[in-house]
Design a protein around this ligand. Sequence first.
Ligand SMILES: [Zn+2]
Length: 89
Amino acid sequence: MSPLRIIILAGLCYILYRLLFAGKKREKRTRHAASANSVPVQDVLVEDPLCHTYVPQKQAIRGVKDGKIYYFCSEKCCQTFLETKGDNK
Ligand SMILES: [Zn+2]
């Protein structure tokens, strides 16, 4: 038996093997949808002190004034509120 025939046979076996297992798709998807990093934020509604709109806390813009945290519906409200601070000059 010549070594060439052995190689060809081996190749044929390999091709057969591949053909047999080609139909089997890998469906092992290790998807961990549960994210450990995400903070469990509840949909707490916070009131915008400027326009008195209620905004979900996770969407609200945070602004700190006099050491207190305020929540705003938009960046604009936040800035306006923080700028109208000095009324006791
Ligand atoms: Zn607002």
